[in-house]
Design a protein around this ligand. Structure first.
Ligand code: BG6
Length: 517
């Protein structure tokens, strides 16, 4: 959908990695897809003093190196069109004088590029300056409280805030408070880039645009759900950030919980932001709290050691820059959760994430219960492999259904086979990057794929007791060698329930069950 409103985008933290790797290339892609308004301006803001020209050069480089469509060639004319409306201002985040100068710049750009007072501010700075930036925007008159909707007098102003939205419940509440002092909820777009991924959006389509799944989508037919978000990368030079975070805060509280909520929520009354987010919040509120010693039974944390991995020697987490030599920060986390509501009573949700694992994979497996009558097992002791619905978020986006089929021939051999739907093959178009979709939605004013304030707090409410227990515990995370699927405890977590992690999507790995006629 093309953006009707003219507007300017201001990126705070414009010299950072996210801006260069994702945000600026995403804005170029929006221009390429003819989604940007004709009256448009882009302003980078950071502490370093550089000229407009130097910033344009860094944008040119970021787009040339990182744009999704770079393989088919960068459109030079379009790039120059974008750079001709790109500017840079420097200063501290929230500093009165610098924010006054930014305001004056934006007003000049309204005249020069016709941006009409509509502004999308994007905070992509380190979290330490989130609050001062928000205060500065409100107090220096760059954002008017309540002016979030199209048609607001003097233009609309919206704010996208990057993660992390707090590091626990108290800090998230504090950040919400600062936001609400300056802005209305309808102006605040808390980003989780997983919500911009195509498959994640398709999860709702799969669940609510098809009638065949819904009757089975509950504890009666589903044995359990597992969510794996694994990464091959290690912490590298992100130790400074990661030390304060760890896998649970970095990946579970936000990305994985969003996947969990979309799988588990009730059908929303509509696709508007309020209806969808109401349902997600209900899921979080229904998650059974994991308190005190129960953390040892339901949660596992791990830390990778040094080892040979991806063909080279890798130092352990403790040797990463910015990491304390006795750090207890986890680079792997696995949880078993129960959602105590009518639909999911008694159905476990196993989730795991980690760095330095064997594969980059984001996948949700919904495992159905076995057939009620064990007809085939009667002839053979091997179990018939259960049905799985696998929602693949990365690396390939798609959906796969595993069913049992008879292997052709005289014997009754049963094999688990997969019916695969891959986006790339079916639609023959490359899906947009998550940030393209989300920046676009910020410009059109659609909050459905952003996190509401109470939603962020409800998610922290689940994580807080786990983090507090770990922080107080003398125990260290279990270690795991890089290139393995995490510590032994993660296997035990699921295997002690008589289940296993479905590590890869390769149906070939599933057993062929031979039944003699
Ligand atoms: C970020 C985390 O939010 O998500 C990173 O801070 C992680 O640690 C990244 O690597 C993963 O995103 P994706 O899209 O590559 O799965």
């Amino acid at each position: 959908m093309a953006i009707e409103d003219p507007c300017s985008i201001v990126i705070f933290g414009a010299s950072g990695d996210l801006a260069k790797l994702k945000l600026i290339p995403a804005i170029y892609e929006l221009a390429r897809e003819k989604l940007l308004p004709e009256s448009f301006a882009l302003v980078g803001y950071a502490r370093t003093e550089i000229t407009d020209e130097a910033f344009r050069d860094s944008c040119r480089e970021a787009i040339t190196k990182n744009a999704r469509s770079k393989a088919s060639g960068i459109n030079k004319e379009l790039l120059e069109w974008l750079l001709a409306r790109t500017y840079y201002r420097s200063g501290d985040y929230g500093e009165a004088g610098a924010f006054d100068r930014l305001k004056a710049t934006l007003e000049e750009l309204d005249k020069k590029h016709g941006t009409a007072g509509n502004r999308l501010f994007y905070i992509s700075t380190p979290p330490g300056v989130f609050e001062s930036t928000i205060k500065g925007l409100g107090e220096r008159g760059l954002m008017k409280k309540g002016a979030g909707k199209k048609g607001s007098a003097g233009g609309w102003q919206r704010l996208i805030i990057e993660k992390p939205f707090g590091r626990d419940l108290a800090s998230a509440q504090q950040l919400n408070k600062t936001c609400y002092e300056q802005l209305a909820e309808e102006q605040i777009y808390r980003i989780d880039h997983y919500l911009g991924k195509e498959t994640v959006q398709n999860l709702m389509v799969m669940r609510f645009a098809n009638s065949m799944f819904e009757p089975m989508w509950n504890y009666k037919y589903i044995d359990h759900v597992q969510i794996t978000v694994s990464e091959t990368v290690n912490v590298d030079d992100r130790g400074g950030y990661y030390e304060k975070s760890g896998a649970t805060r970095d990946m579970i509280q936000n990305h994985i919980f969003q996947l969990l909520a979309l799988v588990a929520m009730e059908p929303p009354a509509g696709l508007d932001a309020t209806s969808v987010r109401d349902e997600k919040v209900k899921v979080y509120r229904s998650v059974r709290p994991i308190l005190g010693k129960a953390v040892d039974d339901f949660c596992v944390r791990g830390q990778y050691t040094a080892g040979e991995y991806l063909g080279k020697k890798t130092p352990g987490y403790l040797a990463a820059k910015g990491v304390a030599p006795d750090s207890k920060t986890e680079t792997f986390s696995a949880l078993k959760l129960y959602i105590d509501n009518w639909r999911w009573s008694g159905t476990p949700f196993y989730i795991r994430t980690g760095k330095a694992l064997p594969q980059k994979l984001s996948e949700i497996t919904v495992r159905f219960r076995s057939p009620p009558l064990t007809l085939f097992q009667k002839q053979n002791q091997s179990p018939v492999y259960p049905n799985d619905l696998v929602i693949k978020v990365a690396p390939e986006e798609g959906i796969s259904i595993r069913i049992n089929g008879k292997v052709p021939g005289g014997a009754l051999n049963i094999k688990s086979v997969a019916m695969d739907f891959f986006y790339k093959n079916t639609f023959k178009v490359e899906a947009p990057e998550a940030y393209e979709r989300l920046i676009h939605d910020g410009m059109v004013g659609d909050q459905a794929l952003f996190i509401r304030g109470d939603e962020a707090e409800a998610a922290w409410q689940i994580i807080d007791p786990i983090e507090s227990y770990w922080a107080a515990s003398p125990k260290k995370p279990e270690t795991y060698a890089p290139g393995t699927w995490g510590p032994a405890g993660a296997m035990k977590l699921i295997e002690s329930d008589g289940r296993t992690w479905v590590a890869t999507s390769d149906s070939e790995q599933q057993p062929i069950i031979a039944c003699a006629l």
